[in-house]
Design a protein around this ligand. Sequence first.
Ligand code: GLC
Length: 744
Amino acid sequence: MRMLQRWMRRLGMTLLLPVAGITLLSAQPVQCTGPYRGLPEDEMERRIDTLLSRLTLEEKVAMCHAQSKFSSKGAERLGIPELWMSDGPHGVRAEIMWDSWLYAGWTNDSITAFPALTCLAATFDPAAARAYGRSVGEEARYRHKDILLGPGVNIYRHPLNGRNFEYMGEDPFLAARMVVPYVQGVQENGVAACVKHYALNNQERWRGHINVQVSERALREIYLPAFRAAVTRGHAWSIMAAYNKVDGAWCSENEMLLNKILKGEWGFDGVVISDWGAAHSTRGAALHGLDIEMGTGPGRPGVSPKNYYDHYYLANPFLEELKKGTLDVKVLDGKVRRILRLMYRTTMAPQRPLGRKNNPEHLDVAYRVATEGIVLLKNERRFFPLEDKEGLTIAVIGENAVKKMTVGGGSSELKARFEISPLQGLQNAYRKATIRYAQGYASGKYAWDREVPVEADTDSLREAAVQLAQKADVVLFIGGLNKNHFQDCEGADRRQYGLPFGQDALLDALTRVNPHVGVILISGNAVAMPWLDKVEGVMQAWYLGSMAGKAIADVVEGTVNPSGKLPFSFPKRLKDNGAIAFGRTSYPGDSINVQYKEGLLVGYRWFDTKKIEPLFAFGHGLSYTTFRLLDIKSDRKKYASGDTICVLVTITNSGDRDGAEVVQVYAGKPDSHVMRPLKELKGFRRVFLKKGESRRIVIPVAVDDLAYWDEPSHDWKVEQGDYLLYVGNASDNIARKIRITVGP
Ligand code: GLC
């Protein structure tokens, strides 16, 4: 608590400064050992050659699979260290036992919990992603982890996927722009990012075996771009192969995904690590791209906990095939070369920062990403900001106001040093108003593999909340989903689109006794809102980590002006979503295959093209001030492949307080000779403006980003002719369309 109090004082002092709504205070690591430098590439390759010639066959095979739950062997005879890995994308997971999923009970492994990646995506702020990656990588370094098992960049295909909260939304361009700085930030600590889950792991239902059938265009234009950017621009040092199959082949032994595209076309020179238990055969893993096999279960004949690491597909069975000559040693050396390269970039790097954790700068990054990512969805009669004033009584209602959200959710769960709850944050922020709390509803306890029944008298909880609401001036309802099984949690998908635990009925009851209700949803997925017309304000607050309550309170009370934008669409009804619209074969599949029948039309691409109005659109997010976009034009009319289109906009903060806006540029080609979505995000820029300030900004759009994947030639093609550029501050709020031409 002392840390929290010290931190609150510090934040109070910090907040006297203008709250930067746009550029993030970069958490410059304390350079204990100077900036990270790996070996020069040629020197590294020379050393790898030398080690390869000195390692025995057995030592090399031992490096290709786990020795414990989260580590793989080095070669102690030669002083080659082990590789230590840890989840996850939002912070460094607590220490796990050597050989089980149980926590080890250490007392030195609490950390900073950063906001979930949906929140980071909602900032539309690549500088935030860099600071985030640098900070979480620094904590991983301090915890002696060589590989951080994150970020996840699987595309948000529908609102039921249990792990959408871990990913960066429905748009490949946004995910690609945000994953690159995250990866770079992590790796500047000498820690490898492990971008996951490659690829098409867009549901948890039957994740261990479902076979994804997808068109080549959708694969290339929607599901691979974030991975491609992480590799070709972020230079990720490792990739995690997903559990599922793609077009009939396991992702962990997939010739097309791993050898042809990842290692061939994209030139990936790092290590492919299987998801835990995702390997399925020796020859498949050996020949089709897997480098380190992790988490394979003991469940095979003759295998006991004593010896089951020897029975991994890439353990003794692999060694025997190499000795028999039915597998070439070159296959093994190819894997070990990549593993040694990752080691020289991490655990064997000559100069590596020392790392640190739970320091004020990391908490500052967590706070600023949280405040930048919160999305104001609705704000009638200026319900928000809710001013702190004498005589005001605020009824805070909802279990999510007090529920710890850094625990649960599966492998991304964390042991945070502390977590400020929304109720705590509000109680700290409101010094004049009176805050009263009622739980209102109850969910079951967290269990990673099953739903625990609710053990509460829900009627009396609701009755107490209604009575509190009746006597209050305003109601802040804090609900949403949570990290329990069948909610926002790994291992299962949600079973309903609506809010669980009777929240809709409770909200109905509250709005009947009090006309001033504001809703704060804490979740990582879209939900139905049958009560939307009855409430005055709605805020989408994500799983925000250690600083959750402070961030929520500062946005609610108005210290911070919200500026987040939705990284995925909220459909009015579940069946409005493209993946769901085609029925069970399209989601969740028939338990063997799932067919991505909506093709390219994922998220807003579906809503735009099918002219279905969403509840809230991709890119939507309100502010406490207002912005005007004027004098929108492109620098030229005609362009060629390789050019950059400069979209010029004068943006004015026409309101009465400072704030940030995200100007978005979408591109469409009405007369295209191939099927295309109406428009697709191809540029964006986050701008912070003081009240009354105007600025002329440029948003670059690469002509080559307008390319489509041409299936007959299996290559990208930039179509010539006219394009429309849609410029606005949301996918459904376009200020102007400008026509440009791409010529020879
Ligand atoms: C899990 C997850 C993966 C995680 C790994 C280790 O099954 O799919 O994201 O990194 O196993 O916990």
